[in-house]
Design a binder for this molecule. Sequence first.
Ligand SMILES: Cc1cc2nc3c(=O)[nH]c(=O)nc-3n(C[C@H](O)[C@H](O)[C@H](O)COP(=O)(O)OP(=O)(O)OC[C@H]3O[C@@H](n4cnc5c(N)ncnc54)[C@H](O)[C@@H]3O)c2cc1C
Length: 373
Amino acid sequence: MLLEICPEEMRFLDSVRAFVADEVLPNTREWESNTAFPDTIWPRLGELGLLSMTVPKELGGAGVSCVAYVEACREIATGDPALAMNIAAINALCAAHIVHFGSEEQKRKYLPGIIKGDIKLAWGLTEPDAGSDARRVKSVATPIADRPGYYHLNGEKMFITNGGKANLIILIARTSETELSAFLMETDQAGFTLTDRIHTIGVRASNTVRFQMTDAIGWHTPCSFEQAISLLYRGRLGIAGMAVGIAEKAFELTVEYGKQREQFKRRLVDMQSVQNMIADSATELEASRLLLHKGAVMFDRGEDVTLISSMAKLYASETANHVTNRAIQIHGGRGMTFEFLVEKLWRDAKLTEIGEGCSEIQRMVISKNVVGK
Ligand SMILES: Cc1cc2nc3c(=O)[nH]c(=O)nc-3n(C[C@H](O)[C@H](O)[C@H](O)COP(=O)(O)OP(=O)(O)OC[C@H]3O[C@@H](n4cnc5c(N)ncnc54)[C@H](O)[C@@H]3O)c2cc1C
């Protein structure tokens, strides 16, 4: 599919590409070994419009199309997948939540700081006992009698991206036995306690945490659970973009390596088994890009992307895992060393099959949609 991107968004994507080449890729190993991004990254992301891609221009944001959003996620993932994951979640799940469900007062209070990177965000759905089965959330929200719109939050969240850095967390909690809704919780309060930094095999620079809420104060954003969760559809396209970026980088490095490495008096890329792996990776990558772009175009046209976003995420994330695995194979022993980036991409790729709904959940969504009720 030939994407139609307007000149303004082309310039935006050019600036993202330059940022990745000059400021992201050269630092990706250091960020991983520090298991952190530098604090200076936030204002820089704000300046580039990368924290407000889903915030309309009328509200001061970068307000780009979904096509530009997924392309930005893809570009960033070629430099640092963990950064792409954070940017994807912050835009699609956090900032977009305030845009869609926040009151005028909430938008006025938080959006300017979010756009600039002064207010750092996280999104909290997952709990120790509520993962794929998100409706099992146990965190409870109880109205505070003399403060309309404010609730006491009690419970625990786990695997929350950027949770230890965030000033504001958008989280899902239970308002009754049958209903869930979403709340804005500032982290600078006594009721919020970080309990654990979770270290993962991939996306290690990302600040993944577990936290406890004990009578923490949350500000209600009136919306149903289904409405809050529907933001995951564009979110999944962002993760699919991240997966395509990871696969593209691994593929590029592998072709480069295969052209210069010789064995049996031939380049690796001249051996048929290697050619087969390269052909499979190229084809899966192309198909992933097509699904990704189709989903983004449909979103921009206002069409329902429930099905296509699951298809794009499922296929692109499995592609990222296949392509990075083949990349290591073609690099041979060197592929297993920390000297070559393909091992990191292979570890980072795994997240795309798990975050924002594991592959089994995507298959469930796809099957339900194609079979019907
Ligand atoms: C690095 C990282 C960052 C994350 N960031 C966030 C975040 O910012 N905010 C947030 O809320 N969450 C976040 N998550 C959580 C993530 O969304 C969950 O890990 C994911 O949804 C799966 O939930 P679970 O880990 O509890 O696995 P489970 O739900 O326990 O599932 C385990 C496995 O069981 C299988 N399975 C489960 N259900 C089904 C089913 N119905 N049919 C078939 N098989 C099934 C699948 O193979 C699945 O992988 C993050 C996770 C990671 C690893």
